[in-house]
Design a binder for this molecule. Structure first.
Ligand SMILES: [Zn+2]
Ligand SMILES: [Zn+2]
Length: 677
């Protein structure tokens, strides 16, 4: 095992002003829990920690390594991360055994003074690994294993890239959990976006319906997914409050408010007997959020004071300098546009941006416009949010789009529509094409895209914008005005998160490799040494030992692409995609042989059907060649004494591949069929 005297990442006092390690070590800490006027009422809890072997107390060094085992005990500032005192813990690993009861629920688990236990080096008490979300934005699923108990964070979907022909989406590959379903203590959802909850209805049966946890709006969106598959009655859904502590087996779980682009987004702290793990979920730090409280800075810092073993943090915008823009700025821009527009307004945004819609509703009411909704996802989300009190809508202000709206004066109409990503079937695209059932562009219309094209959608969005211009609308986008802001923190937001939480290990998540690499660079900038920054891919495992050191496991979980295509799902995602790719690039050819049952001799020439492969004048000649070549290959094989169908087909396929390669320089999909007569 590694030594325990690894140097602190940086010298004391070398941190920027305000983050130096003085606060905890000397003098009283500024009172917390009183400066946040809007956050939820439960305050200043979690003071119970009796720090098992705290480190330099409260040391807000970003990357605390364990200096000073057995520092002064300070109730307020327990040590961080894994207690040095922990290396005599014995990990009680009994598969399927009952949860140990010697974890006192009033004690912050990571700081336990666990008695007389010996660490069994062969077993890894704590391991974490992603089953998605680390090589893409989407398909998020993160696993924390504590003494063999399994905790899942998020079950998201990933929308396909352009080269994933025709499939609906991809979901995490949960096959590594197979056979251990009874060890799954819970699925914790960070927030209600589809890249975090969208796979729930596909995976819940395979996971044997473990209990689900999330904040109120998040669980309402989870329920909606489950309703679609009529699974709600079987699912065990639990709504949690921010800061509430929930015991699940050996761990305590706590949801902490963060700001993102959907209300009720949470970071999740999992207090294990071996240290606390914080998963940020998707977040930015909006200091002036609209219609919701800011992030729970005090509690994040407090957890940081007590010591955090590892943080798994959003990397989406790690490569953008500065801070993410506040929602307030967007509200102000929208206010100006709604105030000044003379004609109708058509505003398109994401249907989960509930707080932005609230702003639009308020501005519309102020300037006496009625709102007409186009798009089913927007209708249902507005309904859910309103029912739960996340949205306040004056009676009679919002309706579905309908022909009656044409009777209102133009300056009293505001249409709120989906389709800000250029989706072909959504409202905005159809308005642009002039094929919308109720809405066609009029002279004087202002169209506002309160959104950014997601990577990969830029062309589609540009097309829609062009169409709208051609129909005579004035179009306003984020290119000229502050009409959209991200829900993912920029570099400074991430740095602030690390300064608050001060985890010992940093695991950048939620992003393609280049985003996670940028995040790792940020961690280096604030002094994290290489062995405390962990860049892993899907299926790679980080193991923690009893001293709180972490390393990548030598074994890697097999990671496949699981696709959802129509209503089915398949684990052979890659094969399906490869097939579609071959067909789309090179076409397909089917050869039908009629053969005698016994002798397998041919009855006449084979029939050939091809698609996307041979056209025009060459068609006849090539077809004749193909008939000849396949017939010859078949009969040669037969004359060699081969009667096995598979072998016969293989001979034909091989011969045709060679023909196509030589003659056409192409590799179509070749499908031989045999019918016995
Ligand atoms: Zn999100
Ligand atoms: Zn996300």
């Amino acid at each position: 095992m590694n030594d325990t005297t690894q140097p602190a990442p940086q010298a004391q006092g070398a941190l920027p002003v305000g983050l130096e390690r003085s606060r905890g070590a000397e003098g009283p800490e500024p009172r917390r829990g009183t400066e946040d006027p809007v956050a939820d009422p439960e305050r200043s809890r979690g003071e119970q920690s009796r720090g098992g072997a705290p480190q330099a107390q409260g040391a807000p060094s970003p990357a605390p390594s364990r200096q000073k085992p057995r520092g002064r005990h300070n109730r307020r500032f327990g040590g961080r991360g894994p207690r040095p005192g922990n290396n005599h813990l014995r990990m009680d690993i009994r598969p399927d055994g009952p949860a140990r009861t010697n974890v006192r629920s009033d004690v912050q688990p990571g700081t336990q003074p666990q008695q007389a236990q010996r660490f069994d080096n062969r077993q890894v008490p704590l391991r974490v690994y992603p089953l998605g979300g680390f090589e893409q934005v989407g398909r998020n699923c993160f696993v924390i294993e504590v003494d063999g108990d399994i905790y899942l964070i998020d079950l998201g979907l990933q929308f396909p890239d352009e080269d994933m022909l025709g499939i609906d989406y991809l979901i995490p590959d949960i096959s590594p959990l197979r056979g251990r379903e009874n060890r799954i203590k819970g699925v914790l959802f960070t927030h209600g976006h589809l890249d975090h909850i969208g796979a729930v209805q596909h995976l819940l049966p395979a996971l044997h319906y473990p209990p689900l946890y999330g904040t109120r709006l998040t669980m309402a969106f989870v329920k909606k997914r489950l309703d679609e598959e009529k699974m709600t009655s079987k699912a065990r859904m639990n709504v949690v409050k921010f800061r509430e502590k929930i015991r699940l087996g050996k761990v305590e779980v706590e949801f902490l408010r963060v700001t993102h682009s959907i209300p009720d987004a949470a970071a999740i702290a999992v207090h294990t007997p071996y240290g606390t793990i914080v998963h940020t979920g998707d977040f930015k730090f909006d200091l002036t959020p609209m219609n919701e409280p800011p992030a729970d800075f005090p509690r994040l810092a407090e957890i940081g004071d007590k010591g955090v073993l590892a943080i798994i943090a959003d990397s989406t915008n790690a490569n953008k300098p500065g801070n993410a823009k506040s929602e307030r700025e967007i509200s102000e821009t929208l206010h100006g546009i709604i105030r000044d527009a003379k004609g109708r307004l058509i505003i398109s945004t994401f249907s989960s941006l509930i707080n932005r819609m609230q702003q639009i509703i308020e501005h519309a009411r102020k300037y006496n416009r009625k709102i007409f909704i186009s798009g089913r996802s927007m209708e249902t989300n507005l309904e859910i949010a309103e029912q739960l009190g996340y949205l306040r809508v004056p009676r009679g202000l919002i309706r579905k789009v309908n022909p009656a709206m044409d009777r209102l004066p133009d300056r009293e109409v505001l249409i709120l529509t989906t389709g800000s990503q250029g989706e072909e079937m959504a409202g905005l695209a159809r308005i642009g094409l002039g094929t919308h059932r109720h809405i066609s562009v009029k002279k004087g219309d202002t169209v506002v895209l309160s959104s950014n094209p997601i990577i990969g959608n830029e062309r589609a969005v540009a097309k829609v914008v062009n169409n709208l211009h051609m129909q005579g609308a004035m179009v306003k986008t984020t290119q000229e005005l502050a009409l959209h802001t991200t829900g993912h923190g920029y570099a400074n937001d991430l740095l602030l998160m690390h300064r608050l939480v001060r985890a010992r290990h940093v695991i950048p998540e939620h992003g393609e490799p280049h985003m996670r690499a940028a995040h790792a660079d940020l961690a280096r900038q604030i002094g994290y040494p290489e062995n405390q920054i962990h860049q892993i891919a899907n299926g790679e495992i980080i193991e923690f030992d009893a001293k709180g050191d972490a390393r990548k496991s030598k074994s890697k979980l097999a990671f496949r692409d699981v696709i959802i295509d129509g209503r089915g799902s398949a684990g052979e995602g890659q094969r399906v995609l490869d097939d579609r790719k071959v067909m789309s690039e090179n076409g397909v050819i089917i050869i039908l042989f009629r053969v005698y049952n016994e002798s397998k001799r041919l009855v006449g020439d084979p029939d050939i059907v091809s698609r996307g492969l041979i056209y025009g004048s060459e068609q006849q000649e090539i077809t004749r060649d193909l008939v000849q070549a396949s017939r010859k290959a078949y009969e040669d094989e037969l004359n060699r004494g081969e009667k096995d169908r598979k072998a016969l087909k293989r001979a034909v396929t091989g011969s045709l591949y060679r023909y196509f390669d030589r003659k056409l320089d192409r590799e179509p999909m070749v499908i031989p069929l045999m019918v016995e007569v």
